[in-house]
Design a protein around this ligand. Structure first.
Ligand code: AMP
Ligand code: GLY
Length: 427
């Protein structure tokens, strides 16, 4: 089988390494890919959002299957366009991808089908949104841009002034472009956060191991929000009782709701949950694998990834095995100093042989680098994710940190407390 993976970060690298375990995979490509990924897949420099060019490339190369891993090409209908030319693809069509690409759609879906989530109101007018904030008068309050905003469209506002400013920036200054034509204003929830990535074929849902992201840039969950500085799996707060409650009250109702709305979801549905004192609630849905959750969750999947992916496309997930390891995994992100604000690029990365550690003590997933003349150089904010697997989380974490010590580039930055909260919860 000849496969194309669309995207170019650590998540796509993890997907590629898992797919390659299947002996049926004869050729694997990644577009656009990155320097480190090119050790594992042929890379083609096409932007993930360039739907026309990607579809033309898929046709020209006659791929048997395309995995669309990134949110924006899904929202732009890449899976629909591939279907039109007879190429099956992993991921939802544009209609189903609205579960991530429109917060108004997902919040209204949850309200209609009684799926637990934060209380909210929707506004398409800045004046009315501001009036509502003032009348409500409760802080913190959460202001969310409706559309995709590179994970930056959620603002937690501690007081009236910052909430009004958030509305102005999103709706009037159009800080996130068209994504800010509407806003969701919602209740602030508290509790541990859990990510659950799950496979679904529109009828059946099979979750992967739960995980915990670390979104803030600095130790102690301080500093700015990032795309994720590290992950651990399983998430200790996600007990079997919580898992059952989530399955009954959130996962199954969501899958049914999407089918009832005429947009059954195929692919990986990511449930971003908060375990509040009133039970688990949905913070957000993503229509794809999370990054860097995938980098801990896929190494703990014992069944064959390609077989499961094809089953989500062919609606045969019921009979596909999804066997999960009972081990733990940790991923520590090595970032460019300054990320998520400005940072320098082009720094030579040392410590790797053909993109991996010589002692293979951990897996190196490449997120933002280039390769030329055999030299890897940084090209992004998140550069590398180092994942280690072990019988327990403490060992996985020390292995990931020790492996990270072997890699270096100028101004490399990583958090030093990934997994600390999870370890505390285990004790
Ligand atoms: P999102 O981009 O929707 O994942 O939101 C980013 C982060 O904002 C989440 O991971 C939460 O930590 C936080 N967040 C979003 N919505 C709420 C809420 N209603 N209450 C508290 N925190 C929230
Ligand atoms: N790690 C969060 C996300 O992928 O959206």
């Amino acid at each position: 089988m000849k496969i194309l993976v669309v995207g170019g970060g650590g998540r796509e690298h993890a997907i590629i390494r898992s797919l390659k375990k299947n002996p049926e995979v004869s050729e694997i490509w990644c577009a656009p890919g990155n320097g480190g990924i090119s050790y594992d897949a042929k890379c083609k420099a096409i932007k993930a959002t360039d739907v026309e060019a990607m579809v033309a490339f898929a046709k020209e190369e006659a791929f048997d299957y395309v995995v669309v891993a990134q949110d924006d090409p899904l929202a732009l209908g890449m899976v629909d366009r591939l279907a039109e030319i007879g190429i099956p693809a992993f991921g939802p069509d544009a209609k189903a991808a609205r579960i991530e690409s429109s917060k108004v759609f997902s919040k209204n879906l949850m309200k209609k089908y009684n799926i637990p989530t934060a209380e909210y109101e929707v506004f398409d007018n800045a004046k009315e949104a501001s009036l509502y904030i003032k009348e409500r008068g409760k802080y913190p309050v959460v202001v969310k841009a409706d559309g995709l905003a590179l994970g930056k469209g959620v603002l937690i506002c501690e007081d009236e002034a910052s909430a009004l400013l958030a509305v102005k920036e999103i709706m009037e200054d159009l800080k996130f472009g068209g994504a800010g034509a509407k806003v969701v204003i919602e209740e602030f929830l508290t509790g541990p956060e859990v990510s659950v990535l799950s496979f679904t074929d529109g009828k059946v849902v099979k979750p992967l191991i739960s995980s915990m992201d670390h979104k803030r840039a600095l130790d102690g969950d301080e500093g700015l929000n990032t795309g994720g500085m590290g992950t651990v799996a399983p998430n200790p707060y996600y007990t079997p009782e919580v898992a059952k409650e989530c399955m009954d009250k959130i996962f199954l109702p969501t899958i049914r709701a999407m089918a009832d709305e005429g947009c059954p979801f195929h692919g990986c549905l990511y449930f971003g949950l908060m375990l509040t004192p009133d039970g688990p609630k949905v913070i957000e849905y993503n229509c794809r694998f999370g990054d860097p959750e995938t980098q801990v969750v896929l190494p703990l999947l014992e069944s064959d990834l390609l077989t499961i992916m094809l089953a989500t496309t062919n609606e045969t997930l019921d009979s596909a095995e999804v066997i999960l390891s009972d081990k733990s995994a940790a991923c520590v992100i090595l970032a460019s100093g300054g990320y998520p604000l400005s940072y320098e690029k082009g720094k030579e990365i040392s410590g790797l042989t053909n993109g991996q550690l010589a002692d293979a003590s951990a897996i190196v997933y490449h997120a933002g680098d280039t390769l030329s003349d055999g030299v890897l150089k940084t090209s992004g904010g998140r550069v590398i994710g180092v994942t280690a697997v072990a019988g327990d989380l403490k060992t996985a974490l020390s292995k990931a940190y020790e492996a990270g010590d072997q890699i270096s580039f100028e101004k490399m930055y990583r958090r030093s407390d990934i997994g600390a909260r999870a370890l505390k919860a285990l004790n």
